[in-house]
Design a protein around this ligand. Structure first.
Ligand code: DGY
Length: 321
């Protein structure tokens, strides 16, 4: 019997994922679920053939250089790959895979949740009830922003952006979008394309950020671009925190220039900008886009499918390096 490949599992992923990993690999599971810093990651990877990881660990060029030579493949439990220096991984000959598709629906669902939560002042309503401040129905109480019939600007019309568009059409929203390239008509589904993302902002009564966090898009939504949005627009971000300049968005929420924001992701998370905490018009979630058991299991199984393919000598289906 040939020995099973040795797999470092850097987090305590859902039970079904860990069970399958332990069945098919000599799995070294981080049962304590403490986040490994670079030195610990490198030390724990000694003698391992592969790593099952996620976005809480960073694979910079320096980390990749120091990673033991025995490690030939890394499967990340995420669709986002900004925690990898992909070029450095390629140079080192490391196979890297991610988890597209399986989290599309849950992330689009959470986008609608934060969009509606922000527009309809859900946080303030919750707080009123929980703090026993509700004195009864009132015709002017917590009046929000109407959603139906509004224009939704989607920045990044990949799988998740398109799934957001499908849901938003159910709310009678009109879809505008920017993407690196214009989509084919069957994917566009009547949405209006803006080749220049700044033109999209001018239309976006609601703005949904759904693009990857590339270096060129760092702080895309800054003070100048916020001024391009319609007065009292609503902003949602379920992609990555660094796409937004927090100082600028917080100032716009404080002044009312932006009516409300629904945010599931933050720069520097979990240490979010403290300015968000006291803003009643910020509807905040702790990076929950893919957080359903079905989705998280599917993400883990996809990682293992990719590793299985790699160790069987086949091309991993979700290879990004
Ligand atoms: C992803 O898959 O990229 C999610 O944001 C979880 O990190």
């Amino acid at each position: 019997m040939t020995a099973k490949p040795i797999l470092l599992v850097t987090r305590k992923f859902p039970d079904a994922v860990l069970e399958r990993a332990a069945r098919d690999y000599d799995a070294r599971i981080n049962q304590a679920d403490e986040v490994y810093g670079p030195d610990e990651l490198i030390a724990r990877a000694a003698g391992c053939d592969a790593i099952l990881t996620c976005s809480t660990e960073t694979y910079s060029a320096e980390v990749l250089e120091r990673l033991p030579a025995s490690v030939r493949a890394v499967a990340t439990f995420s669709v986002g790959i900004e925690h990898f220096d992909i070029e450095a991984a390629r140079k080192r000959g490391l196979v890297v895979t991610n988890t597209p598709d399986v989290l599309t629906d849950s992330t689009a669902d959470i986008t609608m949740l934060v969009l509606l939560g922000a527009a309809r002042r859900a946080y303030e309503g919750q707080r009123m009830l929980r703090e026993n401040q509700w004195v009864g129905w009132n015709p002017n109480q917590l009046l929000g922003v109407h959603v139906s019939g509004k224009k939704l600007g989607i920045l990044g019309m990949g799988r998740i952006g398109r799934a957001v568009a499908r849901r938003a059409r159910g709310f009678d929203m009109t879809i505008h979008y920017h993407n690196r390239g214009r989509l084919d008509p069957e994917l566009e589904q009547g949405a209006t394309y803006h080749a220049d993302p700044e033109d999209l902002l001018g239309e976006a009564e609601f703005l949904s950020i759904n693009c990857p966090a590339s270096p060129e898009m760092h702080h895309f939504l800054d003070a100048r671009r916020i001024e391009l949005l319609p007065e009292r627009a609503i902003v949602t971000n379920t992609a990555r925190g660094p796409l937004v300049d927090d100082e600028a968005l917080i100032a716009a929420l404080e002044s009312g220039r932006v009516a409300a924001a629904g945010l599931d992701v933050f720069e520097g998370e979990p240490n979010i900008h403290p300015g968000y905490r006291d803003l009643p018009n910020a509807f905040l979630l702790p990076h929950m886009g893919s957080a359903t058991l079905e989705t998280r299991n599917a993400m883990g199984f996809k990682c293992l499918d990719n590793l299985d393919a790699f160790f069987a000598g086949r091309e991993p289906p979700d290879r990004v390096a």
